[in-house]
Every structure is written in structure tokens, then in C-alpha cells.
Ligand binder design. Structure first.
Ligand SMILES: Nc1ncnc2c1ncn2[C@@H]1O[C@H](COP(=O)(O)OP(=O)(O)OP(=O)(O)O)[C@@H](O)[C@H]1O
Ligand code: SF4
Ligand SMILES: [Mg+2]
Length: 359
């Protein structure tokens, strides 16, 4: 996490490392015996524009299925975008092929949710760490490789004798440390961490988050941290983007987002997080979302959130898709009525204080 937050997307004053412009990933839905007919599309990512500054941590949150993983994979070009552009360190990734793409990919690594399934159980830790280095010609000198492996283990807080062990011999938290060491082995500039702690015990989650923060300081890393849980990304993120059905609905610095969420969906997500203080917990508003998450293959017209939004209005909401617009202070929101909601001129339809738990 950076100490100073400047203009959106430029927290260090050294410019942006990653710029997404109208990024789209639409998966075709195939039917027919030979799966030769496209009968529709899953609009997994549908027009996302965002900027991540060097050394910044950008948190990406939203419900399951809203497109977070697809976005993360697309920005490393592990899945081909349907439209839009990805610019990494001033280079348009869509123009890269072959060796140039491979070299660029080395600078962008991914840490996965479930280290057990992302680490080959038949490979020792040494082999797992050397594999990526070898693919990029970084293990030519055995002495240097040995030194590098020692540095990596020490950086992620694992003992040196881990090298000969296999993933199943470690706890969940330690396995995630191996996953992080594997990403670090290639000396990346950007790490996309997809739900890096959701598979871990709550007691271990903070340790892994702290480790990510320490490594960021030490190696000057830029992070995109994906989570479905706003509580997880709060402390690590400089800025947070909230996704709903393939699009960003709000983007803000972390503190403002928590203190004063602007979009009704963000309000609902935050109101679902329990507050430790029982007095505050009993008296605060709870925004209840009605209805299920619509299918990304058939998103609602107009504002995609209108089918569940307690503030929905008769005009615009069902018909016009709101742009992600600038609200000042580096904040962006995609809601036609954000100003009226913020000023309290509009009230939610269903709003009730959280009832105290029965004695
Ligand atoms: N390869 C694919 N082919 C077709 N549809 C896909 C593919 N990958 C993802 N999807 C669909 O795209 C949508 C977004 O999926 P994605 O995994 O990106 O969501 P997510 O936000 O990461 O969810 P979760 O929190 O559960 O990990 C989902 O409806 C999913 O079923
Ligand atoms: S545009 Fe309308 S439906 Fe969408 S979030 Fe705003 S008030 Fe709700
Ligand atoms: Mg996911």
C-alpha cells in the first residue's frame, strides 16, 4: 500500500503501470451437436476502464460470478479480450505476440485462491520455484539459482528445508507462501492476486495479507487484489473498484468507499459486513438486496443493478445504462441518482434497522 494517494491511478507520481480501456470478455454460448452454433454470450467483463499506478494496490470486489477472475486473467492475456485495450507499462498488450508477449508476461504474475490446486502435488517446492525461472532462462547458473531460492524462501518466511518438501506437507497458509514465492521468482512488476486468502483460516488470512504488504514495500510491487469480501481488501488497498455483472459500479480510495459508499450496491455490500461494536451494529441501517444476481448472459437493461436496487427510480434506471462518472476527489460512480442519494433526497424503498439478536 502506498503512503500517499495522489490523483486516481497515480499514487506514486511515477505514472500508471496498467491501464484498461473499455475491456470486454464475452464468452460464446455454443449449442448443437458439434457445438457449432453460437446462441448467446456470457458478458463476463463488459466495458471496464481503470488505471493502476505504480506501487499501488487496487482492490477489486464483487459477488461471485461478477467477472473478477475473468478480468484478472484477461489483463495478463491468459484469456483473450473480446474488445478494449490493456496497456502495461505504456505497451499495448493486444499488439504483442510470441516472445514479446512472453517477456511481458514475466513481469505480470498471478497468485491463485487455492494453492493446493494451483501447485502440482508431484513437484517439490524447489522444482515448483525453478520451473518458472527456467521457462524464462533465469536458472542458467546453479549457484545463482540456489541463492535466489534461498532469498525467495526467506522473503516469504519459509524455512530453507522447504525446498525438498511437497505441497501437501505444508499448511494452507504456508502453501499460499509458496504460491507467492513462485510469483516473485520472476521478479514481476505486477501481481494479480485472485482471492489470495479466501481459502485460508481467518487467523492465517491477516498473516498472508501482511506478507503481501511487506513484499510490496521490499520489491516495489504493484498489486491487483481480487476478493468477494470487502473486509479483506480494505486494509491492503489504496483504491477499490466494485464490480457488478461485468462492470465497475464504483471506484474510490479505500477509506472514502467505506466511510461514504456512493453506489447503492456498495452500500448493500458494506451493510452486510458485521460491525464489532454492538451498539453501532444494532442501530445501523441494513440495505437488503432483493432478488438473485441476474445471469451475465442476460443482463438487465439500463442500469444492471436496477432489478435489485432499493433506490430505483421510474425514469432512466430501467432504460439507460449509467456511465462510470467522476464525482470529484478521485471517486467514480455508475448511478444516475448518486448525488440525490448522497444528499438524502431519495430514500431506499426497504430500509430497516438491524434487529438485535434474540436473547
Ligand atoms: N471459460 C468460460 N466460458 C464461459 N463462461 C465463463 C468462462 N469463465 C467464466 N465464465 C462465466 O463468466 C462469469 C464470470 O466468471 P468469473 O469466474 O470471472 O467470476 P468471479 O467474479 O471471479 O466469481 P467468483 O467470485 O465465484 O470467483 C460467470 O458467469 C462464469 O460462469
Ligand atoms: S441508476 Fe438507478 S437502479 Fe442503478 S444504482 Fe442508481 S438508483 Fe439504483
Ligand atoms: Mg473468481
Amino acid at each position: 500500500m502506498t503512503d500517499e494517494t495522489g490523483p486516481a491511478g497515480d499514487t506514486t507520481g511515477e505514472g500508471e503501470l496498467l491501464v484498461l480501456d473499455d475491456l470486454k470478455v464475452h464468452f460464446p454460448i455454443k449449442r448443437g451437436l458439434l457445438l457449432d452454433r453460437t446462441v448467446g454470450h456470457v458478458y463476463a467483463v463488459d466495458g471496464v476502464s481503470l488505471r493502476v499506478g505504480r506501487g499501488e494496490t487496487y482492490g477489486l470486489v464483487g459477488e461471485s460470478g461478477c467477472g473478477k477472475t475473468t478480468l484478472g486473467r484477461a489483463l495478463l492475456r491468459l484469456v483473450e479480450p473480446t474488445g478494449g485495450t490493456i496497456t502495461f507499462d505504456d505497451t499495448d498488450l493486444s499488439s504483442l505476440k510470441g516472445e514479446a508477449l512472453r517477456t511481458m508476461r514475466k513481469r505480470m504474475q498471478m497468485v491463485f485462491q487455492d494453492p493446493l490446486s494451483s501447485l502440482d502435488p508431484r513437484q517439490s517446492v524447489e522444482s515448483l520455484l525453478v520451473e518458472g525461472m527456467r521457462a524464462h532462462g533465469l536458472d542458467t547458473d546453479p549457484e545463482k539459482t540456489r541463492k535466489r531460492l534461498t532469498e525467495l524462501l526467506s522473503a516469504v518466511g519459509l524455512p530453507l528445508n522447504s525446498l525438498r518438501k511437497y505441497p501437501h506437507e505444508f499448511s494452507g497458509g504456508q502453501r499460499q507462501r509458496i504460491g507467492i514465492a513462485r510469483a516473485l521468482a520472476l521478479e514481476p512488476d505486477l501481481i494479480v492476486a485472485d482471492e489470495p486468502v479466501s481459502a485460508l483460516d481467518v487467523s492465517v488470512q491477516a498473516q498472508v495479507i501482511n506478507l503481501l504488504e511487506e513484499l510490496q514495500q521490499e520489491f516495489g510491487l504493484t498489486y491487483v487484489v481480487i476478493a468477494h469480501d470487502l473486509a479483506v481488501v480494505r486494509h491492503i488497498s489504496d483504491r477499490i473498484g466494485v464490480m457488478y455483472l461485468g462492470a465497475l459500479v464504483e471506484e474510490s480510495d479505500a477509506d472514502s468507499l467505506y466511510d461514504e459508499p456512493l453506489h447503492p450496491y456498495t452500500k448493500a455490500l458494506l451493510s452486510a459486513i458485521p460491525v464489532p461494536d454492538p451498539v453501532v451494529e444494532d442501530s445501523r441501517e441494513q440495505i437488503l438486496l432483493t432478488g438473485d444476481l441476474p445471469s451475465p448472459s442476460d443482463p438487465p437493461s439500463g442500469c444492471r443493478f436496477h432489478t435489485r436496487c432499493p433506490w430505483r427510480q421510474e425514469t432512466l434506471c430501467d432504460t439507460d445504462r449509467p456511465e462510470l462518472r467522476d464525482m470529484g476527489g478521485g471517486r467514480r460512480v455508475a448511478c444516475h441518482y448518486a448525488e440525490d442519494i448522497l444528499a438524502g433526497r431519495l430514500a431506499p424503498r426497504t430500509q430497516s434497522p438491524v434487529s438485535p439478536a434474540p436473547a
